[in-house]
Design a protein. Structure first.
Length: 395
């Protein structure tokens, strides 16, 4: 267990203007919203943002992972393709969750033995590794299947070595080390996440915008209205505040103490967090903007969100638009936070912004010229030696 008072955190704050879109839909197929400061804001959930970031990160570093209940049926298919008989392939695949613990992981026999809990495993190697394990123990599995055919027990016995199964199910990828993993019933697979991510929400009040649309019949008959389908979709737009924090100490621990690998993964995550948005309805909205302002803080002891900067919704400036007042609110709140919280445990801070050069964001630290420069500065500061703990009332 990592002591939070000895940990190093990297806070990432983003202001991003996102045009008409539906990045994250709720149960009524409308863009998600939040009530913040007693006003409605357009929003997308941390789960939605994290999933988009996870897939982008896995593509960037070339380590795909899968969160899935489908491991047994996928393994059975792989074994069949390798020439195993249908019944033996299914029995062997079902032995993976059965042999993972003394009680076995719960599965649904009526749905090809898919697991009831989602597993989180390396996507490009796990099937080959499990198939190789089954091949090494094929004789045992064949005997076990014959024995189970005569057995009256409700739960089959385990015929694969538990240690080997657990070892394979507990393999990690970059995204597992970053985002963590929890699997009920298999404590060895647990990984404390090093990334915490907040819901993104607009810095200002935002109402849903109705979009009445029609799908036109291209081969309409004479007299037809040509409207084959009528409906109303809802969109949202605005300047979003996005926040995530990385516990670099936890990440280094998850990577077996490899500090250089942790810094490299921090850089990759920062790149992904800056450049990635959820992809819902992208074909009909194309909301592919880049962040207007990115602010980072590297500090020891605890992370600090600046979400309270927008508890009171910002008002559009006299020329229209929410970007300038959002930047100002973020900088002012960062200054107040620094005044209250102190700087003894702040290692570094800085920002990139599209704001004109004369516009000061003095409380956001050094102004960098590009996202790449910001990531280089951030990772260099994050890898600096830890500050000496002091006995004080301020953190």
């Amino acid at each position: 267990m990592i002591n939070p008072y000895l940990a190093r955190y990297v806070d990432l704050h983003i202001l991003q203007d996102i045009p008409a879109s539906c990045l994250n839909r709720g149960e009524y197929n409308e863009p998600k919203t939040l009530m913040v400061g007693n006003t409605q804001r357009a929003a997308f959930s941390s789960q939605c943002g994290k999933r988009a970031d996870r897939h982008a990160l896995e593509t960037l570093v070339g380590e795909p992972a899968a969160r899935t209940r489908m491991l047994p049926p996928r393994l059975a298919k792989a074994l069949r393709e390798a020439g195993w008989p249908e019944d033996l392939a299914r029995f062997a695949a079902a032995q993976i969750p059965r042999s993972a613990t003394s009680e076995g992981l719960a599965t649904d026999p009526d749905a090809d033995d898919r697991t009831l809990a989602m597993l989180y495993v390396p996507a490009d190697t796990i099937l080959d590794d499990l198939a190789a394990l089954c091949a090494r123990h094929r004789t045992t599995l064949e005997k076990g299947m014959a024995k189970e055919a005569k057995s009256t027990a409700k739960t089959p016995a385990a015929y694969l070595p538990t240690d080997d199964v657990v070892s394979l199910l507990c393999q990690r990828t970059a995204s597992i080390s970053l985002f963590g993993r929890f699997l009920a019933g298999l404590a060895d697979a647990h990984v404390d996440g090093a990334v915490q991510m907040a819901w993104a929400f607009t810095t200002h009040t935002s109402d849903l915008q109705p979009d009445f649309f029609t799908a036109v019949e291209d081969w309409a008959q004479p007299g037809d209205s040509a409207s084959a389908h009528l409906d109303t979709a809802y969109l949202s737009a605005g300047v979003f505040y996005r926040y995530a924090t990385v516990n670099l100490t936890e990440l280094t621990h998850n990577l077996g103490g490899n500090a250089s690998q942790a810094i490299a993964l921090l850089a990759a995550f920062t790149d992904v967090f800056i450049s990635t948005l959820p992809q819902a309805k992208k074909n009909s909205t194309a909301p592919h903007t880049l962040p207007d302002t990115v602010h980072y803080v590297v500090r020891d002891r605890r992370p600090v969100s600046l979400a309270s900067a927008f508890h009171q919704p910002v008002k559009a400036d006299r020329h229209g638009g929410y970007l300038a007042p959002s930047r100002s609110a973020l900088s002012q709140h960062a200054g107040i936070t620094t005044q209250m919280f102190g700087t003894r445990h702040r290692i570094a801070h800085g920002h990139v912004t599209q704001a004109p050069d004369p516009e000061p964001l003095k409380h956001l630290g050094k102004r960098h010229t590009s996202y790449d420069d910001l990531i280089d500065a951030l990772t260099a500061a994050a890898g600096a030696p830890a500050t000496t703990p002091r006995s004080c009332t301020a953190a």
